[in-house]
Design a protein around this ligand. Sequence first.
Ligand code: GRF
Length: 189
Amino acid sequence: MVKKKACVFISGKGSNLVNLIKKSREYNFPITIKLVICNNKNAYGISYVKKFSLPLLIIDTSLRNYENIILRNLEKYDITFICLAGFMKILSNKILDKYRNKTINIHPSLLPKFKGLNTYKRILDKKEQKTGCTVHFVNEKLDSGKIITQKFFYIQKQDSEFSLKQKTQKLEIYALPEAIIKIFRNNSI
Ligand code: GRF
């Protein structure tokens, strides 16, 4: 199988990243990770990039030309698919224009509900019955592109922000690879 060359963008812990790295080493998984881009030099996720000897670009998104640096690196590694896995910066149109319908994101709520930050607190405040995670294509509007996969669980009375996060992130480990398989199985990009 010819795997698509993918870049994963991270800012933090990197649990989705390490899961994807492992998955991408499976023969039948449709992508191979050729580059990781991180906008936080202290992100724990960087330790996985080093452990698995992957190319890494640490980008300072306050630089005026940071998008050009990203684009140059995406070209250099011949990237055709982008996965945002906890990247805490909105991808600009300059990058999206080149990677429209080839960029996905994982978000910790059942979109279209609870776009943006502070999801767990808002979910509890609203007394939702269930929550989960969503993998979706990225467009220019925040957390609004076409949904690929969702996974959910029912919220218990004793749940806190911490437990919601733990439960959601457990589901994300399944949702992200599943979404990627779905995209390429349907040949939707
Ligand atoms: C995930 O919960 C994801 O939904 C959100 O950011 C978190 C990233 O976690 N967008 P990690 O860095 O993959 O551990």
